[in-house]
Design a protein around this ligand. Structure first.
Ligand code: HAM
Length: 429
C-alpha cells in the first residue's frame, strides 16, 4: 500500500473514466446553448458569511458540513463552496450584471465541498452541473429550468427518474406557516431531538427536513404548508404544473418537500434516481426570489435554478449500461521506428503529422518494433507508419491500415492525404 492515499471523500478520475465525464459535459454544453445559457465560473472559495446568509444558519450544510478556515490570523473566514447558487448571485450582484440586460441565464460545471460522511454517491468533494435563471420571476421561468434539467437527463438516456415538486409560497405564507407548525410541535417538544429543538425557535420548517426516524413520525402528522398558502401562491403553483403538464413532464407533488437550503420560495423540486440507494437525489432546485435581498441588494433579483450531482448521474448511467459504447479515442497514427537510431526521424514525422491535425503517437523510450506494435494495438491506433533506413533515404513511407491490414508505400504528403480521407473506422480490440 503506498504511503499516501487520496483524502477520504475525494476521488481520482483516470482517463478511462474521463471520457464519461466529457460525454456528459458535452451534452450539458450543447443543451445550455439550445436554451440560451452561458457558462459562468466563480472562485472555489467565498467569504463564509455569504453561505451563512444564503443557505441559512440552521441548515445542515452551514451548521456542520462546511470546510471553513482563516486565510490569515486577521482575515475573514472563508469557505470552500458547498454549492454554486450563492456564489453565482454574489458575482452577478457584484458586477451589476442585471444593469446590462434584465435577464441572465448562466450555467456551470463545478467542484463543490461538503463535510458529509462519505458513502456511495456522497463525497466530500463532488461535482455539479447546474443553471441559474436570474432577473425573471414567474412560473414560466421555474418551469423552463425544470424542463432544461429533465431534458439533460433524457438526452443522456437515463430512465426511471422521479421528479417531485412542492410550493413553499412567499415569505408571508411561510411566516404564517411557521406559527402553525410551532403550535403543532409544541405538545411534542419533549420528544424533539436536539437539532429540532434548536430549529423550533429559529426555523421550524427545517424540522420537516430531519432524517431522524423519530422526528419523521412526528412530522408525518404535521399540518401542510400548502394549507397556509395565499390564493396567489396556489395559482402560481398551478401555473407551474400547467407548464409541466403541457410539456408532458411527469411529476409527483410532495407537500413535505422543503429541501436542504433556506433560500427557496414558491416552487422547489427534487429528482431521485432508482439506482442510487440511500443518497438517491440526483438533482434539485427551485425559485429563490429573496436571495439577492438577503445578500444586501437594494433591488429584487427574482431567480430560479437547478443543480445535478455529476457523480450520481455517472453512477446512474453506469448502472443503466449507458456507457457501453464509450472508450477513450486512440491515436490515428502510431509512428514505428524500426531501429533505435531512427527515433529522431520518427519524431520529426510525428510532429509533421500533428501539425496537419492528425493525432499521432511515437515511442519515446526507443523500444523494439514488436513492443511498439503491441502499443499501437493496445491504443487502438488506426495506422502504423514505419520508419526504416530505406524510408529515410527514399522519402517513401510504409503505411499499414491496422483495421484492414492493407499496406502501401507513399510520400509523406500522400500519406497525410490518405489518412485524412480515411473514414475513421477503428480496429477491433
Ligand atoms: P442540492 O440539492 O444541495 O442543491 O444539490 C444538488 C445535487 O448535488 C444533489 O441532488 C446531489 O445529486 C448532488 N450532491 C449534493 N451533495 C452531494 C455530495 N456530498 N456528494 C455527491 N453529490 C452531492 C444545490 O446545491 C442548489 N444549489 C441547487 C440550486 C441551483 N437551486 C437553485 N439553483
Amino acid at each position: 500500500m503506498p504511503q499516501y492515499q487520496v483524502v477520504k471523500g475525494a476521488r481520482d478520475i483516470f482517463p478511462d473514466e474521463i471520457v464519461r465525464w466529457h460525454y456528459v459535459e458535452g451534452v450539458v454544453h450543447r443543451l445550455a446553448l439550445l436554451y440560451g445559457y452561458s457558462e459562468i465560473r466563480t472562485p472555489v472559495f467565498e467569504y463564509t458569511e455569504l453561505f451563512q446568509r444564503s443557505i441559512g444558519a440552521t441548515t445542515d450544510i452551514v451548521g456542520k458540513e462546511m470546510f471553513s478556515f482563516l486565510p490569515d490570523p486577521q482575515g475573514r473566514s472563508i469557505t470552500l463552496r458547498p454549492e454554486m447558487t450563492a456564489g453565482v448571485m454574489r458575482a452577478v450582484l457584484q458586477k451589476n450584471l442585471l444593469s446590462t440586460a434584465p435577464v441572465h441565464k448562466l450555467f456551470y460545471l463545478s467542484e463543490l465541498f461538503r463535510k458529509e460522511r462519505p458513502q456511495a454517491g456522497r463525497q466530500r468533494q463532488f461535482s455539479q452541473f447546474g443553471a441559474e435563471l436570474l432577473g425573471v420571476s414567474s412560473p414560466a421561468a421555474v418551469a423552463e429550468v425544470i424542463t432544461f434539467m429533465m431534458q439533460v437527463f433524457e438526452t443522456l438516456g437515463i430512465r426511471g427518474l422521479k421528479l417531485r415538486i412542492n410550493t413553499l409560497g412567499d415569505s408571508s405564507d411561510r411566516a404564517r406557516y411557521r406559527e402553525v407548525l410551532r403550535d403543532y410541535l409544541t405538545p411534542f417538544y419533549d420528544r424533539l431531538d436536539l437539532a429540532s429543538r434548536e430549529r423550533f425557535e429559529k426555523n421550524p420548517l427545517r424540522i420537516l427536513d430531519s432524517k431522524n426516524p423519530d422526528m419523521q413520525e412526528i412530522i408525518a402528522g404535521a399540518p401542510r404548508l400548502h394549507d397556509s398558502l395565499s390564493s396567489e401562491a396556489v395559482a402560481d403553483f398551478e401555473k407551474v404544473r400547467f407548464y409541466l403538464d403541457s410539456r408532458r413532464i411527469a411529476y409527483d407533488i410532495d407537500y413535505r418537500l422543503v429541501r436542504g437550503l433556506d433560500y427557496y420560495c414558491h416552487t422547489a423540486f427534487e429528482v431521485t434516481s432508482p439506482e442510487l440507494g440511500a443518497q438517491d437525489a440526483i438533482g434539485g432546485g427551485g425559485r429563490y426570489d429573496g436571495l439577492a435581498k438577503e445578500l444586501g441588494s437594494s433591488g429584487e433579483v427574482p431567480a430560479s435554478g437547478f443543480a445535478a450531482g455529476m457523480e450520481r448521474v455517472l453512477i446512474t448511467m453506469e448502472k443503466q449500461g449507458l456507457f457501453a459504447a464509450l472508450s477513450p479515442p486512440g491515436p490515428k497514427v502510431y509512428v514505428v521506428a524500426q531501429q533505435q537510431g531512427l527515433l529522431d526521424h520518427a519524431m520529426q514525422v510525428a510532429y509533421r503529422l500533428r501539425s496537419e491535425g492528425i493525432s499521432t503517437e511515437v515511442d519515446l523510450a526507443g523500444r523494439s518494433m514488436k513492443a511498439q506494435m503491441r502499443d499501437a494495438n493496445r491504443m487502438r491506433a488506426c495506422f502504423a507508419l514505419f520508419i526504416g533506413e530505406d524510408e529515410v533515404v527514399s522519402g517513401a513511407y510504409a503505411l499499414k491500415n491496422l483495421v484492414t491490414a492493407d499496406q502501401t508505400s507513399q510520400s509523406l504528403d500522400a500519406v497525410i492525404e490518405l489518412i485524412n480521407q480515411y473514414s475513421g473506422k477503428e480496429p477491433e480490440s
